[in-house]
Write a protein that binds this ligand. Structure first.
Ligand code: PHB
Length: 398
């Protein structure tokens, strides 16, 4: 076990694993510390994770050699459907967003691919290793951690990266960190089912009974969501009720065929942005620094954008000693983070029935405008496919 590394990354999710792949590819020594087991990360049924990649995310992953699994087992979608008042409207991405599309591939599958790849290449991921302290962050960081056997040990690294997700503890090591937060009055009851998807592309359905989303993981695995109250009790939602409600909210536009449920979960919508995303030689990326509500599927994509940005800052430092990009990590990332927050906020409010009647009246007016206006559909398509998020980073890794 190495006790020194160029970079110590805390957390083996999409952000940490992509960054470790990029650094490792350049010959830098990276150690990843992950509190959970490998099996949990790859299979845990309690982790609802989105399955939509922006075009930029797909381009970046393929370019850096992580495309094999996603190209083989993922699907290109050239649009989404919006359903409202018994009408189904297709938003065509290539014609509205300069040729950009999206790629459907589950986040868990990507994590599985990246772990396998990194270990194959001789990388080091310490699963079930819990970080218990960070010291000396201003100059020569030391990471203290506990092994699965309960032993305490220490790792010296030039830099430490907090990629430990929204519930992670790395954020707390940044003095004076502020959280800008939003709690939305919505939640999603999500299911994964052995059933055919409702349509060939995703359907985002606005309905007086509440929003519903019809997504998929494959031609035989449907991933559907129902807007419910954040206080909802899952026990009150047996399988039959879920399928019945999904079909009520698709009224007049499509029908779903029930199938056995593989998972069921409740996700309250919330958002936060932490600032700054750095202190001394500690840097945050991904959900450790910001979360979005799931409606625009931006979470994993923002994690990818952060990882690419931080990689470039590290690379400049290790190659030439230049710290300018590192010193601007927060500003650089906040640029795409706020674009992602803004679009997620917009799309969430556009589609979810609001408990406040005045807000609900505004929403009805807004969705009519979106369905009637090509500029607004262009706005949706460019944001959804990622022009302002990973789109900033495509082609920068040459
Ligand atoms: C999903 O497939 O899980 C999914 C798709 C689109 C979203 C959110 C989640 O906006």
């Amino acid at each position: 076990m190495r006790s020194k590394a160029d970079v110590a990354i805390v957390g083996a999710g999409p952000a940490g694993l992509l960054l470790d792949h990029l650094l490792h590819r350049e010959g830098l020594s990276v150690v990843v510390l992950e509190a959970k087991t490998r099996r949990y990360l790859e299979t845990s049924p309690h982790r609802i994770r989105a399955g939509v990649m922006e075009w930029g995310t797909r381009e970046i992953l393929v370019q850096v050699g992580l495309g094999e699994g996603l190209l083989q087992n993922g699907y290109e979608h050239q649009g989404i459907y919006l359903a409202h008042a018994g009408e189904l409207r297709r938003i065509d991405f290539p014609s509205l967003a300069e040729g950009w599309r999206i790629w459907v591939y589950g986040q868990q599958y990507l994590v599985r691919d990246m772990i396998a790849r990194f270990l194959e290449e001789g990388g080091e991921i310490l699963f079930e290793h819990e970080v218990i302290g960070l010291e000396n962050l201003a100059s020569a960081p030391r990471v203290r951690y506990r092994t699965p056997e309960g032993r305490e040990a220490e790792l010296e690294a030039t830099f430490v990266v907090g990629a430990d997700g929204s519930h992670g503890r790395m954020r707390a090591f940044i003095p004076g960190l502020s959280l800008k937060e939003r709690v939305y009055p919505f939640a999603w009851l999500g299911i994964l089912a052995e059933a055919p998807p409702a349509a060939d592309e995703l359907i985002y359905a606005s309905h007086p009974r509440g929003f519903a989303l019809f997504s998929m993981r494959s031609k035989t695995l449907a991933r559907n969501y129902l807007q419910v109250s954040p206080e909802e009790n899952l026990e009150e939602w047996p399988e039959e009720r879920i399928w019945e409600e999904l079909n009520l909210r698709l009224e007049g536009v499509a029908q779903v065929q029930p199938g056995p449920l593989l998972e069921k979960s409740l996700t309250p919508h919330r958002a936060f942005v932490a600032e700054p995303m750095q202190y001394g030689r500690l840097f945050l990326i991904g959900d450790a620094a910001h979360v979005v509500p799931p409606t625009g599927a931006k979470g994993m994509n923002l994690a990818v954008a952060d990882a690419v940005a931080l990689f470039q800052a590290f690379w400049a430092f290790f190659k030439t000693g230049d710290e300018a990009k590192l010193s601007r990590h927060t500003e650089t990332c906040l640029e795409h983070v706020w674009q992602g927050e803004y679009f997620s906020y917009w799309m969430t409010h556009l589609l979810h029935t609001h408990p406040d009647p005045f807000r609900e009246g505004l929403r009805q007016a807004e969705i009519k405008q979106v369905l009637a206006s090509e500029p607004l559909q262009r706005f949706l398509a460019t944001n959804y496919t990622g022009h302002h998020t990973t789109g900033r980073w495509v082609g920068t890794l040459a």
